[in-house]
Every structure is written in C-alpha cells, then in structure tokens.
Write a new protein. Structure first.
Length: 109
C-alpha cells in the first residue's frame, strides 16, 4: 500500500468542500484577523465553536450580536486542524462551499 494504511476516495464535490473547509480554518489562523460575530461563522461549524467557547469570554457587538475574539477563533481553528478535530462528523455533502469561500474571502480582505 505504499506506506498508506488506507485510502480515502472523495468525489470532486467532497474534495471542493474539504478544501473550502481547510481554507476557511487556515484563514482563522491569520494573526491580523479581527473579532467575528458568531452568526458569521458558517452554520455547519457553529455548534462546534459554541462548544469550544463554553466558559470563554464573548462580548456583544454594536448590533447586539455575539462576538468571538480573534484569538479564540484562532485557537479553535488550530484545535480543529492540529488537535482534537471536529466534535462530530461533518458530512462533506452538507457543507455550503460557497458560504465557506465567501467567509474565507472576508478574512483575507
């Protein structure tokens, strides 16, 4: 098996979803990232972020929305990428690729 214990086959749409997810999470590691409203986090990832934020400080934005500090977003993304991973399976077919790409572009701006 050429050193690989297993092989995962993904469809092109699953590959797109996986790449969009990775790009979004890597974007959160950007040190110049601003604080973000919880509502701006893609819906598929919001429950995991809410669980991660349990006991951590949040604040209300000007419009009354729940705001997450950029440092907490970066810590959560790092935990997903390099640490514990997702708390529950995320079927790639349910990922809104367009929303992830839009959120990733927003981070880069």
């Amino acid at each position: 098996m050429c050193g690989l214990p297993y092989l995962i086959l993904m469809t092109s749409s699953s590959q797109d979803a996986y790449q969009a997810l990775r790009d979004y999470l890597n974007g959160l590691l950007n040190p110049s990232l601003a604080d973000q409203a919880l509502a701006d986090v893609p819906a598929a990832l919001r429950p995991g972020l809410e669980a991660f934020m349990a006991g951590k400080t949040e604040y209300q934005g000007e419009a009354g929305q729940r705001m997450i500090y950029a440092a907490d977003l970066a810590a959560w993304a790092a935990d997903l990428i390099y640490g514990a991973g997702l708390t529950a399976p995320l079927p790639l077919a349910t990922v809104d690729v367009a929303a992830l790409r839009a959120a990733t572009l927003w981070h880069a701006a």
